[in-house]
Design a protein around this ligand. Structure first.
Ligand SMILES: Cc1cc2nc3c(=O)[nH]c(=O)nc-3n(C[C@H](O)[C@H](O)[C@H](O)COP(=O)(O)O)c2cc1C
Ligand code: SF4
Length: 399
């Protein structure tokens, strides 16, 4: 006799550590551009309320920096007590709408913006950022310990503000990702060399964060599987990193991503290459370089639905303690189901929700729902104003 296994629906509730989400969908972090002075604004709250009213299980406030030295762009929220009231208002509003709230916590490392931070960026070892032309200096050991503590401080503040989850940014070659990458990490101490050593920083951060927040909130990490840069991160090593994090048991889930903010940025998204927008956002003489070499810098990767699935499914059999969040090219109702059927516990969505904030409700109501995001990536450079889908200028203006 065969016992038919119940296949969960993406629209059923599910637990993430101590939290129960009303369904298995998560709005992935997409830089909002709605906190010009680095503080929570009504516009930022309204922006996220669109996803909550549209049915999302948990929405993620994008890139909150754990330290002044960690900004990757102007206008990001610094995790300090001055922002506590605003962050509380944010989580209260999301909860009233029935959704959970997550805060993405990061330190940009080699992607840090010296014009915003006022200091030289740091990296595991000296590094010249080939896109921004900034030089990073080697980080000292006491600074590594400081960053570990700053992640824990930021997570504690997020818990106090009512967040249900913190998402630790271990991807996209930001500070933790740069330690994981043998392209950037040339250290000879216990933080360099083997993948076990290069994962040490990530493990220390998870341990410190978990010690601090206990089981009050969920803790997840966004981890790059590969970045399509020669000599950098690929599956053989990212699978080992995930395994080490899983054995440690400090994370409730890992959101798998790919690509970086350093080189071949389009590997993160696939689809249209917004070279014209890149050029518009650069000053002379970088705009000339952008016009000539933009495609080479950003990389050319045709879009296909569920574009991270082939890599991400390698992680499913490896996880014993940690849930997995599928991300990348989720665009219609069938994709929500496919990700869950493949063994992922949650489904995260970026651009398709920028295009249609109520895609989750639509997909739940009608399984034949097809998303209308065309992956032109024109929204990429709107992050320098108010992030929005270019097909929805009114939506952008009215929020
Ligand atoms: C406009 C825009 C801004 C983004 N900002 C962030 C960010 O702040 N942090 C982050 O980890 N990823 C960011 N991403 C990447 C998305 O979270 C996601 O990894 C990527 O878009 C792939 O998912 P999708 O195919 O569902 O769009 C951004 C993406 C877009 C399009
Ligand atoms: S601009 Fe709109 S349609 Fe184009 S990728 Fe972004 S969300 Fe999708």
């Amino acid at each position: 006799m065969t016992i038919e296994q119940h296949k969960p629906s993406p629209f059923e509730p599910a637990t993430l550590g101590p939290v129960t989400l009303r369904n298995r969908t998560i709005k992935s972090a997409t830089s909002e551009g709605r906190s010009p002075r680095g503080q929570v604004t009504d516009e930022l709250i309204e922006f996220h309320r669109g996803f909550v009213d549209g049915g999302i299980g948990m929405t993620t406030i994008a890139y909150c920096t754990i330290a002044k030295e960690g900004y990757s762009a102007p206008g990001q929220i610094l995790m300090n007590r001055r922002n506590l009231a605003g962050l509380k208002e944010f989580t209260d509003t999301m909860h009233l709408g029935g959704a959970a709230a997550s805060a993405q916590l990061g330190h940009a490392g080699v992607v840090a913006h010296p014009k915003v931070t006022g200091v030289q960026p740091v990296a595991p070892s000296k590094f010249l950022n080939p896109t921004a032309f900034t030089r990073a200096r080697e980080i000292a050991r006491d600074e590594i310990r400081l960053i570990v503590r700053q992640f824990a401080d930021a997570a504690e503040l997020a818990a106090e503000a009512g967040f249900d989850n913190v998402e630790l940014h271990f991807g996209h070659l930001y500070i933790v990702g740069s330690f994981l990458s043998p392209w950037i990490n040339k250290r000879r101490d216990e933080y360099g060399g083997s993948i076990e050593n290069r994962t040490r920083f990530a493990l220390e951060i998870v341990e410190a964060v978990r010690d601090r927040v206990g089981n009050d909130i969920a803790v997840t990490a966004k981890l790059s599987m590969s970045d399509d840069i020669k000599g950098s991160i690929w599956l053989d090593e990212s699978l080992r990193t995930a395994e080490l994090l899983d054995q440690q048991g400090g994370l409730d889930a890992i959101e798998l991503t790919q690509g970086s903010s350093v080189w071949h940025q389009m590997f993160m998204f696939r689809g249209g290459i917004p070279v014209d927008d890149l050029v518009k956002n650069q000053r002379f003489p970088f705009n000339i370089g952008g016009k000539l070499f933009g495609k080479r810098i950003l990389g050319d990767y045709p879009y296909h639905d569920m574009f991270m699935l082939e890599s991400a499914r390698q992680f499913v059999p490896k996880m014993r303690n940690t849930k997995l969040i599928y991300l990348g090219g989720v665009n219609n109702a069938a994709h929500f189901h496919q990700a869950i059927d493949e063994g992922f516990d949650f489904v995260a969505i970026g651009r398709a929700l920028l295009r249609e904030p109520d895609l989750v409700n639509k997909a739940q109501a009608d399984p034949s729902t097809e998303g209308i995001c065309i992956h032109c990536n024109k929204c990429m450079y709107t992050v320098f104003g108010k992030t929005h889908c270019v097909f929805e200028p009114d939506y952008a203006r009215n929020t």
